[in-house]
Design a protein around this ligand. Structure first.
Ligand SMILES: C[S@@+](CC[C@H](N)C(=O)[O-])C[C@H]1O[C@@H](n2cnc3c(N)ncnc32)[C@H](O)[C@@H]1O
Length: 293
């Protein structure tokens, strides 16, 4: 049974009106979208992205959609992106959780991660279709599995594995839930999802992701989310919306992975802080990775 999990950062209801002036893509991101969509004219590209944004905002009025965050590739901002791409060349599965319109999967594919080994997953099934609309493709380039990460039938807590699954060959087209991937994922990527949930749910999610990771040294769980200077509740106003987050500090986030989810010494936790600009407001973001030793 799916439990009702209330995110801390809820879609605003009624939604705040959209504002085209928040559209802001860096030159590199514009080039990425030109290559991906084949729309070469920048004004036409902007109109296209805004059209898709409107449709996505109807599905879920998240601040990240209103602030055009959903169009920025995140995975390539990680300090160990090269390591992630190398795992791909060695046959690792990449799972992107809370994939929204699939920008990170497409970025990784463009940079050489084999599409047939990528799985994107989101609670909103229609984001898959909207991703195809955004990238002007007739189908998702990789596999998409819809589901709720707090539904144990879809993703349940499991201890990290210490041995390779006996049936080493997995056809990801046959995967129906993330539980089918237990101990098999070489790269778990999760961007701007943890901060949607309270402390207890963050721990539950981290434990479930730990169970998905392959025990092969170099396997990695990574992502980004909003960070606080110390562990606790943070209140901020973003684009006129009052938002409440539960944030770990650098220390408590590291301890959660190295000592709670994994036995101490089983993983290396690396972190770096940055800030992202949403509608002219900069707020602190933690980029992090947990690598199996
Ligand atoms: C803030 S957006 C981040 C999207 C994207 N990863 C990024 O970095 O731009 C959070 C995403 O998590 C998804 N999500 C929220 N709750 C979820 C749940 N319980 N299970 C699976 N996905 C969920 C939302 O639908 C949304 O696409």
């Amino acid at each position: 049974m799916c439990r009702d999990v209330e995110p801390l950062v809820k879609p605003v209801n009624p939604p705040f009106p959209l504002d085209d002036s928040l559209y802001c893509l860096e030159a590199e991101e514009i080039s990425f979208f030109k290559r991906q969509t084949n729309i070469q004219d920048e004004q036409a590209l902007k109109t296209h992205i805004i059209d898709v944004q409107k449709a996505a905002y109807k599905v879920a009025p998240y601040a990240c959609i209103r602030g055009f965050d959903f169009v920025h590739p995140n995975i390539s901002k990680l300090h160990n992106y090269d390591h992630i791409l190398k795992r791909g060349s060695k046959g690792a599965i990449l799972l992107d959780i809370g994939s929204c319109l699939g920008v990170d999967a497409r970025k990784a594919i463009e940079d050489g991660f084999p599409a047939h080994n990528i799985i994107s997953s989101d609670i909103k099934e229609s984001f898959c279709e909207l991703g195809c609309k955004l990238f002007k493709s007739s189908s998702e380039p990789s596999c998409f599995i819809p589901g709720d990460i707090f539904d144990p039938a879809f993703l349940s807590i499991a201890r990290p594995t210490s041995s390779v699954p006996e049936d080493t060959m997995l056809d990801i087209q046959t995967v129906r839930s993330l539980n089918d991937l237990r101990g098999r994922v070489g790269v778990v990527h999760i961007s701007k999802v943890f901060h949607l949930f309270d402390e207890e749910k963050q721990l539950e999610l981290a434990r479930a992701l730990g169970g998905l990771l392959s025990c092969e040294p170099g396997s990695i769980i990574c992502g980004n989310h909003v960070i606080g200077s110390e562990k606790g509740i943070v209140h901020l106003t973003l684009l006129g919306v009052d938002i409440t987050y539960f944030c770990h500090s650098l220390e408590t986030w590291t301890m959660l992975w190295d000592g709670v989810v994994f036995e101490k010494g089983q993983v290396k936790v690396e972190t770096s802080t940055s800030s992202i600009d949403t509608g002219g407001i900069a707020f602190p973001v933690l980029y992090w990775s947990v690598t199996r030793l």
